[in-house]
Design a binder for this molecule. Structure first.
Ligand code: 5RP
Length: 239
């Protein structure tokens, strides 16, 4: 019988964030992710900055920008700081090949741009996000508002051509209006159940003109830090 004490999902997220903070070095240029797990990391980073650490952060959303600024983290943009040392971000799902689904919080476009500008991306998660096959979490696809219904149909056709089922659904905000991203776009959530070939789906989606970006992050994560009651473990490059 395991002697591990149960921990809450939030506590698992905090522990994963704390492990990622051990990778931070003075002078680093950091990408700051979005979501509740990334927020734990930004909180911890704020404490490190208060204790004298000098780093610069590029936030992946206005939400994260506000949080980091309130904690005194020095901020920059990719225009001023186009190359980053490390990005720390959460994920909605990941598999053993470090492929991710992201965008549950609606920040996938900036998250992907920032991750692509980083030498390393560390993903921080609780253990519930690990899957054998991506797709249980509805795949967010960020689309331009112009031609939305036409793009939605193209996305549905692309999905169907790959033998996948699941109608793309326009994400709405709490007020019932379409959710609008920091970049002014909408999101289609595709509840596919299983994505056996994420690379093929990614290629099909980027070929659609109205698609701005999709939430499949392939070849971007270097390490996934996973926390649960049993402890904190990593997959990916040797820590
Ligand atoms: C935001 C994201 C988040 O990283 C993802 O939704 C995970 O969020 P949380 O840490 O709150 O579970 O991709 O666009």
């Amino acid at each position: 019988m395991s002697t591990a004490q149960a921990i809450s999902q939030d506590e698992a997220k905090r522990r994963a964030a704390a492990r990622a903070a051990e990778f931070v070095r003075p002078g680093m240029r950091l990408g700051l992710g979005t979501g509740s797990t990334a927020a734990f990391f930004v909180d911890i980073l704020g404490g490190m900055v208060r204790d004298g650490l000098d780093v610069v952060g590029v936030p992946t959303s206005e939400r994260t920008r506000a949080q980091a600024a309130s904690l005194g983290v020095r901020l920059s943009t990719l225009d001023e700081t186009p190359e980053l040392d490390l990005t720390v971000d959460g994920a909605d799902e990941f598999d053993a090949k470090l492929r991710l689904i992201k965008g549950g919080g609606g920040a996938l476009l900036r998250e992907k741009i920032v991750a692509a500008a980083s030498a390393r991306m560390i993903v921080i998660t609780d253990a519930s996000k690990q899957v054998d096959t991506l797709g249980k979490f509805p795949l967010p696809v960020e689309v331009d508002r112009f031609g939305l219904e036409s793009t939605r149909r193209h996305v549905a056709s692309a999905v169907a051509r790959l033998g996948l089922a699941g109608a793309p659904t326009l994400r709405t905000a709490a007020d019932g209006h379409p959710f609008v991203t920091d970049g002014g776009h909408c999101i289609l959530d595709c509840g596919l159940g299983r994505i056996p070939d994420p690379e093929a789906l990614a290629a099909a989606l980027v070929a659609i003109p109205g698609v701005v970006e999709h939430g499949l992050f392939i070849g971007l994560a270097s390490i996934v830090v996973i926390a649960d009651a049993a402890g904190v473990r990593t997959i990916g490059e040797a820590a």
